[in-house]
Ligand binder design. Structure first.
Ligand code: GTP
Ligand code: MG
Length: 338
């Protein structure tokens, strides 16, 4: 996956009145300074120059601000798949594209109107024609900008949502799934040896927990997804499903964590159902890990790795398995590319 785009630094989007205020004020300040420096020109020429400058300053100020909005929103067609899926799950993608299109349109309209009105000022023969032409440009450009006010407001909404996107590093990534209380967070700590970083996930109550470890020279990222991959997807509302499926783009590998002691409060049968439901959605390789091995001796089941996240038993073996699976996955990718 490519590195995360910088959603955190998207600048605040103002409303139509804000952009007009800034542009008109800039024009006024610029021409106030000009008045004294125009020397021996006729009154008509002075007026033409000042009013033409005002139009030009309003236009350039607007275009600079509008283009900045366009430049700072990421190019959605080229987003890494995880962020692309998040955008589609959290905002109205059509409306977002339409709003950016409206900003582009307004910048072009401002330029077109400015050109036409400046040309008209140049042609003016009389003093009293000049001011009304500038006033007309102000009115028309204000109406263009006000017309897209709802788009500014929508872009600001999107920005606030996107600011809450988690920043995910571009590393082989292990996602942990499993019912509440099976020990996901404890396993994350056992693997990474440290307290997890918390990253927001753009849904009210959920956040991601992130940790990192190095094994034989490779750095891995581990993600615990409390509240997301801890129930079968069939129990979810459609909006939640989209957000959860965005996670499928992150994982190089998935750990299905179970608690065969059932002290978590869920039967092993239910836990297996969750595993099956998640497996269907993720194409990545998975490792089934049975936790809390310190509580009771279990006959080892084929293909299941028994560990204790609490005591650290089996954690090194798990790291080795992670490395093997991740390497296999890398080879597969190489082969499919050739
Ligand atoms: N005996 C024992 N207890 C464990 C082990 N791993 C976790 N626990 C305990 O199980 C409880 C739940 O652990 P968590 O790591 O918080 O579980 P979780 O899956 O992150 O739970 P949610 O965040 O609610 O989904 C805690 O009381 C842990 O101390 C283990 O290997 N052995
Ligand atoms: Mg937890």
């Amino acid at each position: 996956m490519e590195p995360a785009p910088d959603f955190q630094v998207l600048p605040t989007i103002g409303n139509a009145d804000h952009y007009l205020d800034v542009a008109f004020r800039a024009a006024k300040d610029a021409t106030d300074m000009m008045r004294t420096g125009l020397g021996r020109k006729t009154r008509l020429d002075k007026s033409k120059q000042i009013e033409g400058q005002r139009i030009s300053k309003v236009n350039h100020t607007l275009q600079r601000m509008l283009n900045k909005i366009l430049e700072t929103f990421p190019s959605f067609d080229r987003l890494p798949p995880f962020y692309n899926a998040l955008v589609k799950a959290t905002v109205d993608y059509g409306m977002l594209k339409q709003s950016l299109g409206a900003v582009q349109w307004a910048a072009e309209q401002s330029g077109r109107l400015a050109g036409a009105h400046i040309a008209e000022i140049r042609r003016a023969q009389k003093m009293e024609q000049v001011n009304p032409i500038r006033t007309q440009y102000y009115g028309r450009v204000a109406s263009v900008i006000k017309q897209i006010n709802k788009n500014f407001l929508y872009l600001e909404d999107c920005r606030r949502t996107m600011k809450r996107y988690p920043v995910i590093k571009n590393l082989p990534t292990i996602v942990i799934a499993g019912y509440p209380n099976v020990g996901k967070t404890t396993l994350l700590k056992a693997l990474t040896g440290s307290a997890p970083e918390i990253a927001p996930y753009p849904f009210t109550t959920q956040e991601l927990m992130l940790g990192y470890f190095e094994y034989e020279g490779t750095k891995y990222q581990v993600i615990d997804t409390p509240g997301l991959l801890d129930r079968p997807l069939s129990d979810r509302k459609p909006a939640e499903v989209h957000a959860i499926l965005a996670l499928t783009h992150l994982a190089s590998l998935i750990i299905f964590l179970t608690d065969p002691t059932e002290t978590c409060g869920y039967t092993l049968l239910d836990q297996d159902k969750l595993l099956a439901s998640i497996k269907k959605e993720f194409k990545q390789p998975g490792i089934i890990v049975a936790n809390k091995a310190d509580l009771e001796e279990r006959p080892s089941t084929k293909g299941v790795l028994h560990v204790s996240a609490e005591t650290g038993k089996g954690i090194d073996l798990l790291k080795k398995k992670i490395q093997e699976k991740a390497l296999k996955e890398e080879k597969k990718e190489l082969n499919s590319e050739s």
